[in-house]
Write a protein that binds this ligand. Structure first.
Ligand code: NOJ
Length: 558
């Protein structure tokens, strides 16, 4: 068996609520997934990552779990899950589950017992008494809400919730909690799943004493739980469970991660994680989070790409992504809705020739774009709701609050997948649980299937080209035009073969000249998003991308 199969695999992420409704209740579900497995396979991916399918009151759409070992009835049950799993495997698709263990839902039985002091659950969460005078236990800030402590009348104490107040943090220092995690992992591994995506996994170990923080740029308190003191010990414990099953893999979500620190997690045989989702390349148009918007800065994006490519080369492995359920659509951010298909193809080229395992997010392959709805009540995400409340506390007028929320909200990536030009984009025959982007008559899977020039077919070709390509898998990475604010240019080279990727991130013309060492070489055009008659030196059109292959060695004379 190939233990490193994930290096030759691309994944497709499903956010189940909006993928495909199979039973007509307006909510995406596993019956819908079952129908679409052939489609997913046809993209050329070899695996699926499911965002949480478990029972949840949906304070954070599944990232607040009330039962880890059952399927949310809105999405199906274990029977249909097993069918999906079996069919996926038969099609050659691995299946990876989301493992959300930093926190549970407040509705989880553990929390309900914990707050009532029922053993052994009392110490399952992070409870603290009020400070003398009734103050919060420390001065940390919340990630989703301004506060991260919530007073609980039943317990007569505060509980810690780094995310929403419906998501109390588990006390990972308690060996009983870790035993529960092991049990959950086994439950799914025994069912046959191929691994996990571990949610905010680098936050699970908190510094003892939960000390007050000083002045920081960023979030107060984060340094006391980001890659906390016992993180490697805990991850190793979970890794050992995984190792008892052949060929299983784990990708960890790691906000605030830097490439150097990442090596402590992903390098070597004894690694905690096979790869990580870091956020640095998602910050090219904002400061840390999308709500703190800044103008798009290509140099920042390139720095993130290149730093990760170089730091992990030969030591670790990258997870490559541009979209998931936590970020607005990438064409609306780093590309252009006006040049939707061109910029979508360009972004695909910018990412997919890098070393790592690509993760495509549902709808990305057809170039879905952001939404802009009139009122806060139209939005569903708890973060958007919370940002709105904060704006109101700061007396910001509605117009300003909505202008902040619209381009930043996670809701933009959570609209139903647009399958066809039929009502509701073919997502459901019922009433969709959430707004369907009204551009569905134009942007949908059926239309993309029918158009040989579509982004969908482009992704398929790229993924086909990638499969088994040693240069992409193993090659060196070198960036050119580093200081350009318009072009992202890199080469990959391995064993006599080279790939040159040229991507323009602007509407404006951008001059491309071959790097000296490539001049005079025979360059073969493999991919482009416009008809090409010139090159390999050219003036790039809006969001133009070209990919050339070449031989790195001079051919020996016969
Ligand atoms: C990261 C998940 O991707 C996000 O959707 C969720 O809200 C937070 N973790 C909290 O679980």
């Amino acid at each position: 068996m190939n233990r490193e199969w994930y290096k030759d695999t691309a994944f497709y992420q499903i956010w189940p609520r909006s993928f495909k409704d199979g039973n007509g209740d307006g909510i995406g579900d596993l019956w819908g997934v079952y129908e679409k497995l052939e489609y997913i396979r046809s993209l050329g991916v070899g695996g699926i990552w499911f965002s949480p399918l478990y029972v949840s009151p949906n304070a954070d759409f599944g990232y607040d779990i009330s039962d880890y070992c059952a399927i949310n009835p809105e999405y199906g049950d274990l029977e249909i899950f097993d069918k999906v799993l079996q069919k996926a495997h038969a099609l050659g698709l691995k299946v990876v589950m989301d493992l959300v263990i930093n926190h549970t839902s407040i509705e989880h039985e553990w929390f309900q017992k914990s707050r009532r002091g029922i053993e052994p659950y009392t110490d399952y969460y992070i409870w603290r008494a009020a400070k003398p005078g009734g103050g919060k236990p420390n001065n940390w800030q919340g990630i989703f809400e301004s506060e991260c402590w919530r007073w609980d009348d039943v317990a007569g104490k505060y509980y810690l919730h780094l995310f929403s107040s419906g998501q109390p943090d588990l006390n990972m220092d308690n060996p009983l909690v870790r035993a529960e995690v092991e049990r959950i992992m086994r439950f799914w591994l025994d069912r046959g799943v191929d691994g996990f995506r571990e949610d905010v996994i680098t936050f699970i170990s908190k510094t003892e004493g939960l000390p007050d923080d000083g002045f920081v740029i960023g979030l107060r308190g984060m340094k006391f739980y980001e890659s906390g003191p016992r993180i490697h010990e805990y991850l190793q414990q979970y890794r050992r469970i995984l190792e008892q099953y052949p060929d299983r893999f784990v990708v960890g979500e790691a906000p605030m991660m830097t490439p150097r620190k990442a090596l402590e997690f992903v390098a070597g045989d004894k690694r905690d994680l096979d790869m990580m989702f870091h956020f640095q390349h998602m910050e090219a148009d904002c400061f840390l989070i999308e709500y703190l918007r800044m103008p798009f800065n290509l140099r920042k994006l390139k720095r993130a790409f290149s730093n990760w490519q170089k730091a992990l080369s030969g030591k670790g492995w990258n997870a490559l992504y541009l979209e998931n359920h936590d970020h607005p659509r990438i064409i609306s951010r780093y590309g252009s809705e006006k040049y939707r298909v061109q910029s979508g193809k360009m972004l695909a080229c910018a990412l997919l020739f890098q070393q790592g395992t690509p993760f495509l997010y549902q709808g990305q392959e057809i170039g879905m774009t952001n939404i802009a709805l009139p009122k806060i009540e139209d939005y569903a995400d708890c973060v958007a709701q919370d940002v709105y409340k904060r704006c109101k506390r700061m007396h910001l007028p509605d117009k300003a609050a909505m202008a902040l929320i619209r381009p930043a909200t996670r809701d933009s990536s959570r609209t139903p997948v647009q399958w066809s030009a039929e009502a509701n984009g073919g997502f459901t025959k019922g009433k969709p649980w959430f707004y369907v982007n009204q551009n569905y008559p134009e942007i949908n899977v059926a239309a993309a299937e029918a158009d040989p020039d579509s982004l969908l077919h482009f992704y398929r070709k790229l993924l086909r080209f990638r499969a088994g390509n040693d240069v992409i898998r193993n090659g060196s990475y070198h960036e050119y035009e580093k200081h350009s604010g318009r072009l992202y240019v890199y080469t990959r080279e391995y064993n006599g073969q080279g790939i040159l990727v040229v991507c323009s991130f602007t509407e404006k013309p951008a001059e491309f000249r071959l790097p000296k060492r490539l001049q005079g070489k025979a360059m073969t055009l493999e991919f482009s998003n416009y008809p090409v008659t010139d090159g390999p030196e050219f003036t790039a059109r809006p969001y133009e991308a070209r990919v050339y292959t070449y031989e790195t060695r001079k051919r020996a004379k016969k």
